[in-house]
Write a protein that binds this ligand. Structure first.
Ligand code: FE2
Length: 221
């Protein structure tokens, strides 16, 4: 019998829980992310608005999934099974003036959250991918945000004028509510798990000059 979307989603979510508990239980943000994930209901009944859909940026998925298998084999296998069945979207509408080159290199999907496999209760968890040589501008939001990076290296900064931090495959990142953050990819596409742990309907703000410029403008440094 073929596994259903819900079975595959359950396997992926359970692998996220097992992987974080085994490898990163003490890391910042993991306890909150796990507590929120574990209390989510998983009704096998379908969510309005969900339909399997690919995006041009999904061409980077094979490399991203291979990287995920290196970071956590069980989770990587679970993500490989479900990734082609998910509802992949272009950049959220709250990000201003995204040009087509960036659009073709950015996609996100939700396993939990509005429009995802499971509806979520003030919680979202999904995957996202940014192609090589792209820049996601400095932004902040009301929701605390958790990342588990499966590929790398990628550059991250936490203020518009701050130096870039290099993050390698397997790294975590916990963004407290209202912490500014930006990401920049180099030779390698960035493939990641992400979660918003509360206040998912809150504000999202692009900060700094990039908020007035196309998304793939070169960063200041
Ligand atoms: Fe963010």
């Amino acid at each position: 019998m073929t596994a259903s979307l819900f079975d595959l989603a359950d396997q992926a979510l359970d692998a996220v829980i097992a992987g974080l508990e085994a490898r990163h239980a003490e890391a910042e943000g993991v306890a909150e992310t796990l507590a929120c994930l574990k209390r989510q209901e998983r009704p096998h009944s379908g969510v309005p608005g969900f339909s399997p859909r690919q995006d041009p940026a999904c061409r980077h998925l094979d490399a991203g999934l291979a990287a995920a298998r290196q970071v956590d084999p069980d989770l990587g296998a679970a993500l490989e099974a479900i990734a082609p069945l998910l509802d992949w979207h272009r950049i959220p509408p709250h990000v201003p003036r995204p040009p087509e080159p960036f659009m073709d290199d950015y996609a996100y999907t939700k396993i939990v959250g509005p429009g995802g496999v499971y509806p979520g209760d003030d919680f979202m968890l999904g995957l996202f991918i940014i192609g090589p040589h792209q820049f996601y501008p400095d932004h902040l939001h009301d929701a605390p945000e958790f990342y588990w990076l499966f590929s790398g290296p990628s550059n991250w900064r936490f203020a518009v004028d701050a130096p870039w931090n290099v993050k390698l495959a397997g790294a975590l990142q916990w963004n407290q509510a209202h912490l500014s953050h930006a990401m920049q990819t180099g030779e390698v596409a960035l493939f990641s798990l992400w979660a918003w742990t509360r206040d998912i309907a809150g504000d999202f703000t692009i900060v700094g000059a990039e908020g007035k410029a196309p998304l793939n403008s070169p960063p200041a440094h």
